[in-house]
Design a protein around this ligand. Structure first.
Ligand code: GAP
Length: 509
């Protein structure tokens, strides 16, 4: 059974070294998390699985790794300076600041109903309530006070200000010059690096439509209320594809990507039955979107929340950057070079005339993916002997440690050295991390590896080296063999060391 609460996951992540609070020794920094020894492996494995499926296994994709800090003009002309904001509201009583929709959503049902009524909306249609609050700030402030909206921090009814937009981009100065022009932004989505490199990629690869550019990287959002562990953070990682298509074929491609992405999630152990597809209502679409499907995964405690957005961005971004580059004169000899340099166009595959392609964008959060994968793998089982165990039933390709090699006694040099040499041989297979686990307590080692999802434990014992001892009865046939324990079935099998690499390679494929 998957995890039933977020607390269970948070506790496992901290206990076993998946995720820690950022800057923890100085009291922590809200909205920032550090991935520990196992977290970094799991995260890398998720990203590798995504890259494999979306770049290596397709013939119509290129990869990219663009800079995080971007020219302010990029984010101005992408529309982010003007529109990448969330509504913010303050409580005058304690100066606490909240995101308006989160504040109202977390109130009791009768309070939400009163707010909705005051704004002339139905509480059933929450997005419409939020839209009405944003549209009439003075009325919103009064409605929240009259309805008795409580401050989540103090628990008391707040004295609410008028909501106002808060831009979520992190601004940073660039270089030693302290003038008003020397600033850039930390990208709020990786996508803009793809759009600004569109021409570079087309020219250097001779790609024709349809084709895509994939990128995995950090993005930054100064969230008003980061919360729910790594679900809503200020420094996040995204796995994004911008798939460029001939205008008019965009709707067909949108469906293609919806299907492809759902089957990818399934292959990571996140079943379709746990994902609802939200066809985002027109009034909630991002400024660039013609249509968006949000994949809403059923997270423990939170319920259905967005894990990935698949947007039809039309020709908005390439069109906007084309127009603004030439208007601003950012390209030398704009008039002469408009076709070859400034325009983010590509020849139409049939007419050969330049066309600004439409874009389908599947955009998934790595942190949210990791949370979903962990949540699906988390299993509590009662064993035959009545003991309870926690086991992470991760798909082998995602497991942070593929195999733990355990010498039965840490003070027996012969066992440790043989275990080390088996570990080194297995490591050469390129399956991922193989760990020499010489903590000395086999029971604890098994428990730990169940909890972190290690698919196989290999134990090197006295039988392996032909020293089982007269009291236990010699069994020469066990010499040169090790025990392989299966995480899920708990079955233990004796395997010859000479056959071990082939055995595990087949199991972990
Ligand atoms: N380029 C499109 C884009 O950025 P988005 O819906 O704003 O679209 C895409 O973000 C994905 O990034 C989301 O589906 C989510 O998985 C992840 N994401 C967005 N904001 C996040 C945050 N504050 N913390 C963690 N993940 C986030």
């Amino acid at each position: 059974m998957p995890a039933t609460s977020m607390e269970e996951l948070v506790s496992l992540c901290k206990r076993r070294g998946f995720i820690f609070q950022g800057s923890e020794i100085y009291g922590g920094l809200q909205g920032f998390y550090d991935y520990g020894p196992l977290g970094v492996e799991l995260k890398n494995n998720i990203k590798a699985a995504w890259w494999r499926a979306n770049v290596y296994e397709r013939d119509d994709m290129e990869g990219l790794d663009a800079s995080i800090i971007m020219h302010r003009q990029v984010l101005r002309h992408s529309g982010h300076e003007a529109t990448f904001s969330d509504p913010m509201i303050d409580n005058r009583k304690n100066n606490k600041r909240y995101r308006l929709d989160h504040l109202v959503k977390d109130q009791k049902a009768d309070v939400i109903a009163k707010v909705a009524e005051a704004m002339g909306q139905s509480a059933e249609n929450f997005p419409a309530v939020v839209a009405a609050l944003n549209a009439s700030p003075a009325q919103a402030s009064q409605a929240l006070k009259d309805a008795g909206v409580r401050d989540p921090f103090s628990g008391e009814v707040g004295d609410w200000t008028e909501p106002k937009p808060f831009n979520m981009m992190f601004k940073t100065t660039i270089g030693p010059v302290a003038d008003d022009e020397s600033y850039g932004y930390l990208r709020p989505e990786t996508a803009q690096g793809i759009f600004t490199n569109f021409k570079n990629v087309v020219d250097s690869t001779s790609r024709r439509l349809p084709f895509g550019i994939a990128q995995i990287g950090k993005a930054f959002r100064n969230e008003i209320t980061p919360r729910n562990f790594i679900f809503r953070v200020r420094e996040l990682e995204q796995m994004e594809i911008e798939f460029f298509v001939v205008p008019g074929t965009d709707e067909e491609w949108h469906e293609h990507w919806l299907e492809r992405r759902l089957s990818w999630w399934e292959a990571q152990g996140v079943p379709r039955s746990k994902i609802e597809i939200l066809d985002v209502p027109k009034e909630d679409l991002a400024h660039y979107s013609k249509r968006t499907y949000d994949l809403m995964y059923d997270y423990p405690t939170l319920g259905h929340e967005e894990i990935e957005g698949i947007a039809n961005r039309s020709d908005y971004d390439l069109g906007s950057h084309t127009k603004n580059q030439s208007e601003l004169g950012l390209v030398a000899n704009v008039e002469e070079n408009l076709d070859s340099i400034a325009k983010l166009t590509i020849p139409h595959p049939e007419t050969n005339k330049p066309v600004v392609p439409f874009v389908i964008e599947p955009s998934a959060g790595v942190d949210r993916a990791l949370l979903a994968v962990l949540s699906e793998a988390f299993t509590k089982e009662t064993l035959e002997n009545g003991n309870e165990r926690i086991v992470l039933k991760l798909r082998p390709h995602l497991a942070p440690i593929k195999v733990a090699v355990i010498p039965l006694a840490r003070n027996k040099a012969e066992l440790v050295e043989l275990a080390r040499s088996i570990k080194n041989d297995l490591q050469k297979l390129g399956l991922g991390r193989i760990l020499l686990e010489d903590s000395g307590n086999i029971g604890k080692a098994y428990r730990r590896h169940d909890e972190v999802g290690t698919p196989y434990c290999v134990t090197v014992d006295f039988d392996t080296i032909g020293q089982s001892g007269a009291d236990r009865g010699e069994d020469a046939s066990l010499t040169g063999t090790v025990t392989v324990r299966d995480r899920d079935t708990l079955a233990q099998e004796r395997v010859k060391i000479s056959e071990l690499t082939a055995y595990l390679q087949a199991k972990l494929k």
